[in-house]
Design a protein around this ligand. Structure first.
Ligand code: ADP
Length: 464
């Protein structure tokens, strides 16, 4: 192990908003570090900024989203206010290597991986190539961008229809299309390339076999600056709508034990291959025979890190900050002495309560929250964004209001607690997805741990 170097942070800026900004402020507060918020003009009255020790406005000339993507202004605020480090949260700049480079140039620590490993895992094609080099199984298809429709037809014929066309830089469930028939390929391929250019800035599109009814299983990893890597077990994120997660739980108890072990080992190998640092998540699809395939790595904190914290007692966000300060995993501060020292106990379920209307195709709703009363009590953890009685829900940002997590010794017990907490919640003035979430948790397929990624679209009774 190379020489341990510790740089204790005094002040940390969070380049994000809403619930993840609040989550990081809380970890900073517990570490005795001053938290610094930045906010867009539209977020002037948002709750998150009042929960930081200090808050500074971003460029009011930029739009509500672009303000949070404006690296020069964020760095200027960081330098003007003597910030030691920047935490990017998720979304916005979290996977932008330019921010990492700019931080380095300005002597500010980026709380996340190095530029090299971010680039290596940054897009789906290069992470596939890393997987091949690490002997980690991937879905049959190609490991490079396709230039011609002829090549796409040839590969699709080889792996067999249906196939999936994917934008290498796609994210958030966007940039994927299923092609079921050979005759549809020319049109779909052209559209995929055009969409990729427009939405993700390049034409890197590849193809892989479309798996029918897989499970989405992911592994949380933590790596320090000295080559030590551990996993914090897995999460099952199969309950999705349009390839986006709706309910997540830990551990992925219904996946065969041998497959889980393969997934853990693969995640560690991938991280070692790229010299990964800090927190990250390796995502896999598991087919109906239990075969796991790596799909991508997210080099950042994820929305659903909460359920892993509940079943392992590891504070992932605090660990991120301590790792960036230079503490080894086995230091008394982080206290992860070995892989074996991490136990997974009990079950945790996260439901994402959003301001969306399930009866109207999940259309986001906006406006004033006239009543907000949360569920709470034994075994419930809440991570809220900008939601309280009187809060204004804005149209510009994602519709997450609060993450409701439950914890119990049994999965059934956790499900019952989730139901109880969701039923206790009173949110008036805006539409929410609470009734839909209750239907998901109440569903016998969910309670058996048997959900697969197309469960929501194939289960109309969830909408009643
Ligand atoms: P994103 O980066 O947009 O989150 P991912 O590659 O992580 O995209 O995939 C998101 C979801 O899309 C997966 O959890 C799964 O439901 C679906 N998916 C992706 N690839 C495939 C595939 N080859 N076959 C079937 N479903 C897939």
């Amino acid at each position: 192990m190379s020489e341990v170097r510790i740089k204790n942070f005094k002040r940390v800026l969070v380049a994000n908003r809403g619930e993840i900004a609040i989550r990081v402020f809380r970890a900073l507060n517990e570490l005795g570090i001053t938290s610094v918020a930045v906010y867009s003009k539209e977020d002037k009255y948002a709750m998150f900024r009042t929960l930081a020790d200090e808050a500074y406005p971003l460029n009011p000339e930029k739009g509500p989203i672009d303000a949070y993507l404006d690296i020069p202004t964020i760095l200027k605020i960081a330098k003007d206010h003597n910030v030691d480090a920047i935490h990017p949260g998720y979304g916005f700049l979290a996977e932008n290597p330019v921010l990492v480079e700019e931080c380095e140039k300005n002597g500010i620590t980026f709380i996340g991986p190095t530029v090299d490993s971010m680039n290596a895992m940054g897009d789906k094609i290069s992470s596939k190539q890393i997987a091949i080099a690490s002997q980690v199984p991937i879905i049959p298809g190609v490991d490079h961008a396709m230039k011609t429709v002829e090549e796409a037809m040839e590969v699709a014929k080889k792996v067999g229809y249906p196939v999936m066309l994917k934008a290498s830089n796609g994210g958030g469930g966007r940039g994927m299309r299923i092609v079921s028939r050979e005759e549809d390929m020319p049109k779909e391929f052209k559209e995929a390339i055009d969409e990729s250019k427009k939405a993700f800035g390049d034409d890197q599109v590849f193809i892989e076999k479309y798996l029918k009814g897989p499970k989405h299983v992911e592994v949380q990893v933590l790596a320090d600056n000295y080559g030590n890597v551990v996993h914090l077990f897995d999460r099952d994120c199969s309950v999705q709508r349009r390839h986006q997660k709706v309910v997540e739980y830990a551990p992925a108890f219904s996946v065969p034990e041998a497959s889980r072990q393969k997934i853990f080992d693969s995640a560690i190998r991938l991280c070692k291959q790229v010299g990964y640092r800090n927190a990250g998540t390796c995502e896999f699809l598991v087919d109906s025979d239990g075969n796991p395939y790596f799909i991508e790595m997210n080099p950042r904190i994820q929305v659903e890190h909460t359920v892993t914290e509940l079943v392992t007692d590891v504070d992932i966000v605090r660990s991120q900050i301590l790792i960036a300060e230079g503490y080894p995993l086995n230091s008394p501060e982080i206290n992860i002495t070995s892989q074996k020292a991490i136990e997974c106990h009990g079950y945790a379920i996260q439901t994402r309560v959003t301001s969306e209307d399930p009866s109207n195709n999940f259309m986001p709703d906006t406006g004033k929250v006239s009543v907000y009363h949360s569920g709470s009590g034994n075994g419930i953890r809440l991570d809220g964004g900008n939601v309280y009685t009187g809060a204004e829900i804005l149209p510009y940002y994602d519709s997450l209001l609060v993450k409701v997590c439950s914890f119990d010794r049994t999965f059934k017990g956790a499900a019952v607690k989730s139901l109880r907490a969701l039923r206790e919640m009173r949110i008036q003035g805006i539409k929410t997805n609470i009734s839909f979430l209750i239907n998901v948790i109440n569903n016998p397929t969910f309670q058996a741990g048997a959900c697969y990624t197309t469960f929501i679209e194939e289960t109309p009774e969830l909408f009643s």
